[in-house]
Design a protein around this ligand. Structure first.
Ligand code: GLV
Ligand code: MG
Length: 324
């Protein structure tokens, strides 16, 4: 390990994160009853400009009056380039800060953006005498945010997670797509002709680089990487395929933009029984190897060593977190 310690952000179950528009308070109760891990009440892109003020009021009332159980509660504030953002922070944190766990900052572009919100939240928390510190979730969804993702990830002790906002990221990078997440047939590889002259098209994942880059910045700073929205809520298979790709890269969770996606995210982002059993067998085999004075042994015909212990521990720890 490096001599540089990586402090881990506050641990929080974040397999699924449900987006609920602040302008639709009739949806709050159902969200509170769901099996989702984190809920963000939205003041930004799901809320029309004329509804922003009322949405803020709905959210304050909802946070104070609804029983959200043990769910982590977040609000997505408006961007720092709007005149809504300061009131989002001041009103909601002042009036409902006790039940607010997280603030989601959209379109974050630089470490200074994080600093600005941190300064505001710190003043409000101190003035109100709150004992709990509100954490930050950042949506990496612009070219600028992706360029500065490492500095953003390290910009505040409040930082907990980075989220890949695929829709705005596509717009910001001028990607040729209008769907939210998912794949694109133009991002493919055409194989060379085989002996019969046939060629095949293999679709690729156009979001791979962006997601992988965000995962590295998040993990290098002790934060949770979370995959963002998948717009086609009538396509559970497509959602699960996207969620598995994200999970395999290291993401801990994925957004649900529809309640039907919550169970899919929870399923994909929880290690399966087979994975946990395998991880436990690796730990047992390595404990035996150590007792025998060996650093590496074979299990099921494959080499395992001390790195395998760390990989297996990640899975076992996650399983424990879920069962608590
Ligand atoms: C989320 O905010 C996105 O733009 O995908
Ligand atoms: Mg967005």
């Amino acid at each position: 390990m490096s001599f540089h310690p990586v402090d881990q952000a506050q641990a929080r179950l974040n397999r699924s994160e449900l987006a609920v528009p602040g302008s639709q308070p009739q949806m709050f109760e159902k969200a509170a009853q769901s099996d989702v891990d984190v809920i963000f009440l939205d003041l930004e892109d799901a809320v029309a400009p004329d509804e922003k003020e009322q949405a803020r009021k709905n959210i304050i009332k909802g946070l104070n009056e609804i029983d959200w159980g043990t769910k982590s509660m977040s609000i997505r504030i408006n961007g720092l380039d709007t005149h809504y953002m300061y009131r989002d922070v001041v009103d909601v944190v002042e009036q409902a800060g006790e039940r607010l766990d997280l603030i989601m900052i959209p379109k974050v572009g630089t470490a200074a953006d994080v600093y600005a919100v941190d300064m505001m939240v710190t003043q409000i928390e101190d003035a109100k005498g709150y004992s709990k510190r509100i954490g930050f979730e950042h949506i990496i969804e612009t070219a600028l945010g992706m360029q500065n993702v490492t500095e953003i990830a390290g910009a505040s002790k409040r930082n907990e997670s980075l989220h890949f906002g695929v829709a705005d990221y596509a717009a910001s990078t001028r990607a040729r797509t209008t769907i939210i997440g998912g794949v694109n047939e133009d991002y493919s590889v055409l194989t060379d002709p085989d002996a019969e002259g046939n060629r095949q098209t293999h679709w690729g994942d156009m979001w791979h680089y962006a997601l992988a880059r965000m995962v590295v910045a998040a993990r290098a700073n002790g934060l949770r990487p979370i995959d963002g929205p998948f717009g086609d809520f009538k396509d559970p298979d497509g959602y699960k395929a996207a969620a598995y790709r994200a999970a395999v890269l290291g993401c801990e969770g994925k957004w649900a933009i529809h309640p039907s996606q919550i169970a899919l995210a929870n399923e994909v982002m929880s290690p399966s029984d087979a994975e946990i059993t395998k991880a436990q067998r690796i730990l047992e085999a390595m404990a035996q190897a150590e007792a025998d004075g060996k650093g590496a042994v074979s299990l099921d015909g494959r080499l395992i060593d001390y790195a395998s212990i760390r990989q297996a521990e990640v899975l076992v720890e996650k399983a424990k977190q879920i069962s608590n």
